[in-house]
Design a protein around this ligand. Structure first.
Ligand SMILES: *[C@@H]1O[C@H](CO)[C@@H](O)[C@H](O)[C@H]1NC(C)=O
Ligand SMILES: *[C@@H]1O[C@H](CO)[C@@H](O)[C@H](O)[C@H]1NC(C)=O
Ligand SMILES: *[C@@H]1O[C@H](CO)[C@@H](O)[C@H](O)[C@H]1NC(C)=O
Ligand SMILES: *[C@@H]1O[C@H](CO)[C@@H](O)[C@H](O)[C@H]1NC(C)=O
Ligand SMILES: *[C@@H]1O[C@H](CO)[C@@H](O)[C@H](O)[C@H]1NC(C)=O
Ligand SMILES: *[C@@H]1O[C@H](CO)[C@@H](O)[C@H](O)[C@H]1NC(C)=O
Ligand SMILES: *[C@@H]1O[C@H](CO)[C@@H](O)[C@H](O)[C@H]1NC(C)=O
Ligand SMILES: *[C@@H]1O[C@H](CO)[C@@H](O)[C@H](O)[C@H]1NC(C)=O
Length: 911
């Protein structure tokens, strides 16, 4: 026996190393490790399979890791998983070759990744059809589902569906090309679930797959007390040529333990008692013994007592027995028997068995042109709804805003993206939805002209473009169809649309608004002309001092309302249960503050920060209410948006938009992989963003709002490093008349606190200006508000003052900038900052002034970077956003002036 085992292992070694050569192939393999972070692709050690991250196949879900014990005891692809706490259906979209037969495997290892020790149950769909219900009972046991499927389209959706029994997840997805040698034939184009791949007579108890199986089918050992194990003593021509079965599987067989045994019996249970099921059986046989001339092995095969195959004599080549039509199985105790015939001297054997179950995949997927079109529409308009998987089917998960026709291949008949925050033009992809009957794009911010193709959609009966910003002429064909009564057309509230007919019903109501706009435009054009003339006429104007654009706030308010509209719809009150779900049970802490802890969360794929109020502080509760009251009515692109809140007995939470890049202080004072060293232009942009947020609080809100806790840690940066003021918890609205307000509690952060306010308890907007001045000094110097000096602690404003007094101005600017900035821009910023931190509030500028000044600073820095007035005019022409347009204009003047001064110096060298 010892000899035997030894021999076996030696031979296995040979077999394995012989197959090693094939690792480089893995042709037709798609091996996806779900949850694996991007860029961490690897080769799994025991199989040699190359796994890739799933990030390019899905845009929802969160990456998680199994417990460390489960990580050690499983193959590497089980370490990570993707979990789907949000949305009913989350789908992978995987590109494949249509018409190719694939073995598709989905694997699951719960591994207590969420610490709840409750393995979930959920459904898995392939495209528009239910694949299986995944019920996991053992946290440490991996589970998989295999499907033999021939996609008809060039992609496949694999969807995880929440059925209310826990959060769906998935560990790995694998595609294996099974289009070889015309094997696994079935009657009709059928999708099969691979219920079993059994390896009889295994000596190793190992589950075999790639590299043993070139096609990476899974083969599980299967044995029984009454069976003996046989194996082929020599490695001859065993491998099957058709089914390409692995040697390690086919060279062992089971036989009755009793040498006189006449039959080998086993049975299996079907998975589902309720539905009639059909199965295909593939039985693989190969003689494993050297037979003497007077010996024979012959047997009949029966299935539940019926003949399946008679008089089988296994040869040395693999013989696969199957019936090309499916077999109806019972729910329980389906018997397979191999019965020795009278002529046989040896008992029956079996080497391997596969069972495939016919799946009812009759629900067709949406027509591919429609899918391509709607997918592109989703991409262009960045639709945030849960648009995943097949758009139409199954009906229960049809994309929100769509309607479909299910006569034959599903087609999209209705698209409703009303009030979805759409911007840009009406995209031509819509023309590909040729069965469209109803299109509703109302209440968005679409611009550009109404495209002609809309009139070419043959079935279109409803077209609603109400309340957008469309321009140009309405295509005649549309007007015609509408007047014929074939089309219900709504075009109202598009102020710049040239539309004479009665279609534009509400156009007249907007007349006054439209005129206002015209006046604005005219006013600004003439203002520019006058200014240009002034500049040209005199060479002495240096800057446009204290210019206060009249329509400035208007512009911003419109802009902010627009960007906020997507979040607006989500803004609401949440239950504690929902808060707990969105934070995955308060899993990830983003930070801790005076109010409590801030957690990371997700609502419908939108990342959020959830601030939990510590229950102990009563002061905290009042601040909370103040914050809710304020934030609910304040909206600006430079203020963090409040998405929702929770106020359930003692559980109080605020849900904000998530600011990916943390706070300004980290970036200014810390150096690590998360932080970034900002250049001068970026610093100015951040300062300007924050200033605009404050300015909005002071001037754009009625009554005005004082922030009261302006500091670098309250300036947060989003994924684009756009700065937003946060934490308005200390803010209090105060009445306009009187202008000041006596408060009882002095609140704020040391180093940023207005000295006058500390003495007088009189709170004005100038207190925020003081704090902002300190922030600006930090931005310029890269030093904290309170510095440690030889003489002890010193306030940053004192330090800058002392440096200025010494004439040591170079030292003030953050040395990490390495002099890469326009000096006059920095000095101007220093001036603004120092004016802002004046002890007397009357000497401090208003936020409006600060914004204007900072814009000029930015213009100077940009002018240096562009380095000539030609590029400047170009950028002036291409800039579109209103605020940068303003700064471009500033820059233009500054540049013009600089050139003139240069000219002056050249002409007049003595002066
Ligand atoms: C779960 O599976 C592991 C590994 O297969 C096994 O060791 C353990 O006994 C199982 N636990 C239960 C409760 O079945
Ligand atoms: C395989 O499993 C059987 C039963 O589970 C056990 O009796 C046998 O010792 C195992 N063989 C090996 C090589 O682990
Ligand atoms: C059996 O299949 C039916 C229909 O597909 C399904 O509703 C039922 O839940 C399944 N039962 C089990 C035990 O899986
Ligand atoms: C086959 O022949 C061998 C001798 O060559 C003999 O020992 C054996 O019993 C025979 N077996 C049968 C089943 O006749
Ligand atoms: C399978 O065999 C068992 C025991 O011999 C028997 O009880 C059972 O009814 C058989 N099943 C079928 C479907 O015939
Ligand atoms: C095996 O099948 C053959 C041919 O149908 C039949 O004659 C024979 O009786 C069967 N033997 C047994 C043991 O069922
Ligand atoms: C589109 O959806 C909005 C709100 O969801 C609804 O008011 C409107 O009637 C819908 N439009 C059509 C054409 O069904
Ligand atoms: C509407 O479009 C015009 C240009 O066609 C633009 O000037 C204006 O700012 C736009 N209005 C809104 C609210 O987007």
């Amino acid at each position: 026996m010892r000899m035997l085992m030894h021999l076996l292992f030696v031979m296995l070694g040979v077999v394995t190393s012989g197959l090693l050569v094939q690792t480089q192939f893995q042709s037709g393999f798609i091996s996806i490790d779900c949850g694996l972070p991007e860029g961490k692709d690897y080769t799994e050690k025991s199989t040699g399979i190359n796994y890739i991250s799933d990030t390019n196949f899905i845009d929802s879900g969160v990456s998680k890791m199994v417990s460390s014990e489960d990580k050690i005891t499983h193959q590497q692809q089980f370490s990570y998983l993707r979990s789907f706490p949000n949305g009913m259906r989350n789908c992978y979209k995987i590109s494949v070759t249509s018409g190719t037969k694939y073995l598709i495997r989905a694997s699951f290892l719960y591994g207590n990744y969420d610490g709840l020790n409750e393995p979930p149950q959920f459904d898995i769909h392939l495209g528009s059809n239910l694949w299986d219900t995944v019920k996991l009972t053992n946290a440490s046991q991996s589970s998989y589902r295999e499907l033999m499927h021939t996609p008809t389209l060039n992609y496949v959706h694999i969807c995880l569906v929440n059925t209310g029994n826990g959060i769906p997840f998935i560990s790995a997805i694998e595609f294996r090309n099974m289009d070889f040698n015309n094997v696994y034939k079935t009657s009709g184009a059928t999708t099969l679930a691979r219920l079993a791949g059994l390896d009889f007579g295994s000596f190793t108890n190992l589950t075999y797959r790639y590299m043993d199986d070139f096609h990476d089918r899974l083969w599980e050992p299967y044995s029984n007390d009454q069976w003996a194990q046989l194996h082929n003593p020599i490695n001859n021509d065993l491998p099957s040529r058709d089914y390409e079965l692995p040697i390690s599987v086919i060279w062992t067989a089971a036989t009755p333990r009793n040498a006189n045994g006449v039959s080998l019996d086993f049975y299996f249970d079907a998975l589902n008692e309720t539905t009639q099921q059909q199965c295909y059986f593939y039985l693989h046989f190969a003689e494993v013994q050297k037979l003497a001339p007077n010996e024979t092995r012959e047997f009949n095969i029966t299935l539940n007592g019926e003949d399946f195959y008679n008089l089988l004599r296994p040869g040395h080549f693999v013989n696969t027995i199957f019936d090309p039509s499916p077999y109806n199985v019972f729910y329980k105790n389906n018997n397979i028997s191999l019965v020795k015939t009278e002529a046989s001297t040896l008992p029956p054997i079996i080497n391997a068995l596969e069972i495939y179950q016919v799946k009812d995949f009759s629900q067709l997927e949406t027509q591919q042109d429609d899918v391509d079109a709607i997918t592109n529409i989703k991409k262009v308009y960045r639709v945030t709804q849960n648009w995943q998987g097949d758009p139409c089917a199954p009906v229960a998960y049809m994309w929100e805003g769509l309607n479909c026709n299910f006569n034959g291949t599903p087609r999209i008949t209705s698209l409703n993206l009303s009030s979805s925050g759409l911007t840009g033009q009406i995209v031509s992809y819509i023309s590909k939805l040729t069965d469209l009957e109803s299109l509703d794009l109302s209440n968005n911010s679409l611009n550009g002209e109404i495209p002609d193709f809309l009139a070419d959609l043959p079935s279109l009966r409803v077209l609603n473009l109400h309340n957008n910003n469309l321009t140009g002429q309405v295509p005649n064909a549309l007007i015609q169809r509408s007047s014929e009564g074939a089309l219900l057309l709504r075009l109202g509230q598009n102020p710049n649309l040239l539309c004479e007919s009665a279609l534009c019903d509400q156009q007249t109501k907007d007349k006054s608004k439209k005129n206002n706009r015209v006046i604005y435009v005219l006013a600004s054009i003439s203002a520019i002309l006058v200014l240009l003339l002034l500049v040209l006429a005199t060479v002495n104007i240096i800057y446009i001092k204290k210019r206060k654009p009249k329509n400035y706030f208007k512009v911003h308010k419109e802009f902010s309302d627009q960007t906020g509209s997507q979040l607006e719809s989500k803004r609401r009150r949440y239950s504690f249960n929902e808060v707990s779900n969105m934070t995955n049970n308060f899993e990830r802490v983003l930070g801790r503050g005076g109010f409590g802890t801030v957690y990371y969360g997700i609502i419908d794929d939108i990342q959020v920060a959830v601030k939990m109020l510590s229950q102990s502080s009563v002061q905290g509760y009042q601040q909370f209410l103040a914050e809710v009251n304020i934030l609910m009515r304040v909206h600006h692109r430079n203020l963090t948006s409040l998405i929702g809140y929770c106020n359930e007995e003692t559980n109080i939470a605020l849900i904000y938009e998530y600011m990916e890049n943390g706070n300004l202080e980290e970036h200014l004072l810390e150096k690590n992989s998360r932080t970034r060293l900002f250049n001068w232009e970026e610093r100015l942009t951040i300062a300007m963003d924050a200033a605009q947020g404050l300015e909005y609080l002071h001037n754009g809100c009625k009554p005005p709002i004082i922030h009261r806790d302006v500091k670098c840690t309250n300036i947060l940066l989003n994924e684009n490093f756009q700065a937003k003021m946060s934490d308005l918890g200390l803010s209090r609205s105060f009445p306009v008349d009187g202008g000041t307000h006596v408060t009882t509690v002095i609140a704020g952060t040391p180093g940023y606190l207005d000295p006058e306010y500390q003495v007088s308890n009189r709170l004005t907007e100038k207190s925020d200006v003081y704090s902002f001045g300190v922030v600006l000094l930090e931005i310029i110097t890269g030093k904290p508000a309170i510095l440690k000096a030889v003489e002890g602690k010193i306030h940053i404003s004192e330090w800058v003052k002392s440096m200025l007094a010494k004439g040591d101005v170079k030292c003030i600017v953050d040395t990490r900038l390495q002099g890469d900035f326009e000096s006059s821009s920095v000095w101007r910023a220093v001036e603004i900052a120092m004016a802002s931190v004046s002890n007397k509030s009357s000497k401090r500028p208003y936020m409006t002034d600060i914004v204007t000044e900072l814009k000029e600073c930015l213009a100077m820095e940009l002018a240096r970077k562009h380095n000539s007035c030609e590029t400047m005019t170009m950028s002036l022409a291409t800039e579109s956003e209103s605020s940068s347009l303003a700064s471009s204009i500033m820059m233009f003047f500054w540049c013009l002036n600089k050139e003139r001064n240069k000219a002056k110096t050249i002409l007049n060298p003595s002066g």
